[in-house]
Design a protein around this ligand. Structure first.
Ligand code: NOJ
Length: 560
């Protein structure tokens, strides 16, 4: 079921791709547990989302990426699915889901479901059957190995969430493989019957009218466990080609694959014009730039804008003539962008607008993570018992056992724990930020009294208004959707600068990533007069060769 098309008149010759609705759409990610609670149980739910569709329609987004709402024991907040065709009771019912799909569609908003098929929950019927008997057909839906001669795990592979990657099942006398937690056994994609079940389930959802899939860690499904090759393993693209043929081809939907390993060298294998396995990937090279290369995300590291720009612009370059990319700085696994990349203190507003400007005016499909549009910040948690995320809690145990001082771990978690972005959406300055009438499952950020939708939306120059403008620009301006990107000032550690080009038009975009004024000297040929499309500090209609940017100032001027 295609989404209502908006009328579009971009000069086709300027592009080498057939225009799709998602080329001009902005996505919005909802983490259902933390978005809006309709029944006072402290957990967000689908009726809560429906009640807030007006907010999303006002923003102008084209689709929602809905993090998992399926039946699940919630060990990993729904990324452990026990039934792919049922809704978790705390989130609602299948009828609620159908209503969400229909009501969103009436507002021109598609629903993109999270497809988590690298692993299931250990409570899925397939795994229950698989662990009960080696003879069950479902046994081979998972990855099993015999014990080592000493009875221990087959080898020393470690799980991403800590601990061994193998867990023992007495009934069948074997170990199963789990890349994540023991509650998330990996599915064996080499089994054709399993693949057929997954494709069938995907068609079932598409036939309900959803607008596509975000595919969780999809680059893991071709893994070769014995060779310890997980990401982009030998059979990945065979599986994705097959999935495309069996399920996706000929449907007017959008697909976004999550990959922590994809690089410009492999990007077009997924979304190049001749392959079209997926429409785009979520790639993380710009995100990893902010992590300690050896000690990972829990070891704070100062942000270096140069590496960040290098990675983002490499993808702009890659998708100049082929493929497509996603644009994001935040999601439910990442810290709040304003805290991580900029300033969540005195310049929070300016910084939030600046990050939005430099990201949304690149080429690709931008994603807004809930709360980003009002500049929500990291959670100021000081104690480990305030955290809920199993990744944070598992790493806490492991690192404390390894001798990392408590304060050092907490400092890392405050900067990079996944719970930073999972605190409840801040709707109002009222009790529990208007998220729930009950007790929220995770603490509300105390700054909700100043940072909330109600207050921000009352300001004509609020962060929300700024986002609304950027979302509209992508819909309305060919140059934003399709212009080529030319970066400049690559070596500046303080300023992100580029222009987009389409025909005779240029769109110059500048953002100051610091709390100090910055003198900018632009290269030859950039200056010019035109129309200011967005500005955080008062409009400028002329880009001179030299200019001064205020702390966290950003602007975009269209020169034609
Ligand atoms: C990536 C998801 O975004 C994350 O939240 C989850 O924990 C892992 N995949 C496992 O599904």
């Amino acid at each position: 079921m295609p989404l209502p098309q908006r009328s579009i008149s971009a000069p086709a010759a300027a592009r080498e791709q057939r225009e799709m609705w998602w080329h001009r759409a902005t996505g919005y990610q909802i983490y259902p547990r933390s978005f809006a609670d309709s029944n006072g149980d402290g957990v967000g739910d689908i009726p809560g989302i429906i009640s807030r569709l007006g907010h999303l329609a006002d923003l102008g987004i084209g689709f929602i990426w809905l993090s998992p709402v399926y039946a699940s024991p919630m060990v990993d907040n729904g990324y452990d699915i026990a039934d792919y065709r049922a809704i978790a009771p705390e989130y609602g019912t299948l009828e609620d889901m159908d209503r969400l799909i229909a009501e969103a569609r009436e507002r021109g908003i598609g629903i993109v479901m999270d497809l988590v098929v690298n692993h299931s929950s250990s409570l899925h019927d397939w795994f229950r059957a698989a662990r009960a008997s080696r003879e069950a057909p479902e046994h081979d839906y998972y990855i099993w190995r015999d014990a080592a001669p000493d009875g221990g795990p087959p080898d020393d592979q470690q799980a991403a969430f800590g601990g061994p990657a193998w867990s023992w099942v007495e009934e069948v006398g074997r170990y199963y493989f789990h890349y994540f937690s023991p509650a998330q056994p990996d599915l064996n994609w080499a089994n054709p019957a399993l693949r057929a079940e997954i494709y069938d389930m995907m068609r079932w959802w598409l036939d309900r009218g959803i607008a596509g899939f975000r595919m969780d860690v999809i680059s893991l499904i071709g893994k070769d466990v014995d060779a310890r090759v997980y990401e982009e393993g030998p059979s990945l693209h065979d599986h994705l080609q097959e999935m495309h043929r069996e399920v996706l081809a000929g449907r007017d939907i959008v697909t976004i694959g999550e990959s922590w390993s994809v690089s410009p060298e492999t990007g077009l294998l997924y979304c190049g014009r001749d392959r079209r396995e997926l429409d785009m990937v979520f790639e993380f090279s710009h995100i990893r730039e902010g992590w300690d290369p050896e000690r990972g995300k829990f070891a704070p590291r100062p942000f270096d804008l140069r590496g960040f720009k290098r990675e983002l612009f490499a993808w702009q370059d890659l998708t100049r003539h082929d493929g497509w990319t996603s644009l994001f700085l935040s999601n439910h696994d990442l810290p709040r962008q304003v805290s991580f990349y900029a300033d969540d203190g005195p310049y929070r507003r300016e910084a939030a607008k600046m990050l939005a400007t430099v990201l949304h005016l690149l080429k690709g499909t931008p994603f807004i993570y809930q709360g980003e549009e009002i500049g929500m910040t990291n959670a100021p948690f000081e104690r480990i018992d305030q955290y809920r995320d199993l990744e944070t809690l598992n790493h806490f145990e492991a690192q404390i056992a390894a001798g990392v001082p408590l304060e050092e771990f907490i400092a890392g978690a405050r900067r990079n724990s996944r719970d930073n972005s999972r605190t409840p959406m801040q709707w109002s300055p009222g009790p529990h930020a208007g998220f729930t009438t009950g007790t929220p499952w995770i603490e509300v950020n105390p700054n909700a009294s100043e940072i909330n939708v109600e207050q921000d939306s009352a300001q004509p120059d609020g962060i929300l208004a700024h986002y609304r403008k950027l979302v509209a620009l992508r819909r309305e301006r060919d140059i934003v959707a399709f212009g080529e990107t030319e970066p400049f000032l690559a070596n500046s550690p303080a300023v992100m600068a580029y222009q987009r080009r389409l025909g005779a038009q240029r769109l110059v975009v500048l953002g100051n990533f610091t709390g100090q004024e910055q003198e900018v000297e632009l290269p030859d040929g950039v200056e010019g007069a035109g129309t200011c499309l967005v500005a955080s500090h008062g409009e400028r209609h002329h880009i001179p060769r030299q200019l001064q940017l205020a702390p966290y100032e950003s602007l975009a001027v269209l020169i034609s």
